[in-house]
Design a protein around this ligand. Structure first.
Ligand code: DC
Length: 224
């Protein structure tokens, strides 16, 4: 049993999990834990080591060299890989694919498993990812599966990257989102799927504000 309230939010890439979870966590006074960022840090490490995307399992012997750190600031969280602030670097499109590939490696998932559980056992938290309700926090008080159509998700991701000044096309992002969906749902270990007791929230066609409102209502109703 856990004396802290744990809310698990899973879903495919680009469903708005992290942006929405961050806002709701702040309103509730909970800690927000972005497990995707942890996989992104491992993916970035593999990339920087010169490991090819198709050979991401080669990161395994280096796992004991990887020190991940999440620090919480008033303006948000920062992510540190071996002491270096990689908050911006991990959001690059190329690193998304590396994160998706490295996250299919059993040893990588084991490496992050304890860290993720420890956060949840020590904090009222909203944790988002792909296997939070199914594997990491099966005891979560509320489990949500947040999704939207692949076109809506690609559109959001595309706008986000363009705003950050990255040179990408919508078609490329749509293709990437589809590939990541495939990787995330077809891997052998901890594939993306709703927990049996998850509440499915589909935000297709919603404005961002509407999606926050819907999710917040679901959470507040289920916390009673
Ligand atoms: O949520 P995100 O897009 O930042 O996640 C990056 C990748 O990490 C995603 O393709 C799947 C993987 N991931 C995972 O396998 N399990 C998690 N709990 C979180 C992310």
């Amino acid at each position: 049993m856990n004396k802290f309230i744990n809310i698990a939010i899973d879903g495919p890439s680009g469903a708005g999990k992290s942006t929405i979870s961050k806002i709701i966590a702040k309103k509730l006074g909970f800690v927000y834990i972005d497990t995707g960022a942890m996989y992104r840090m491992v993916g970035l490490y593999a990339f920087e080591k010169g490991i090819k995307l198709e050979e991401c399992e080669k990161v395994v012997p280096y796992l004991n060299e990887i020190q991940l750190d999440i620090r919480f600031f008033e303006e948000g969280q920062k992510f540190y890989l071996n002491g270096k602030d990689v908050t911006t670097d991990i959001r690059q499109n190329e690193i998304s694919m590396y994160a998706s590939k490295t996250s299919a490696v059993k040893e990588v998932r084991q490496f992050l498993f304890d860290m993720q559980r420890k956060f949840a056992k020590e904090n009222n938290c909203i944790m988002d990812g792909r296997d939070i309700g199914t594997v990491i926090l099966p005891w979560a008080d509320i489990k949500i599966f947040l999704t939207a159509s692949v076109e809506d998700r690609a559109e959001r991701r595309y706008k986000e990257l363009i705003e950050k000044g990255q040179d990408v096309t919508f078609e490329q992002i749509l293709e990437d989102v589809k590939k990541r969906d495939y990787n995330d749902t077809h891997r052998d270990i901890a594939p993306l799927k709703p927990a049996d007791d998850a509440i499915i929230v589909d935000t297709t066609g919603n404005t961002f504000e509407k999606s926050i409102q819907v999710l917040e209502n679901v959470i507040r109703e289920n916390m009673k």
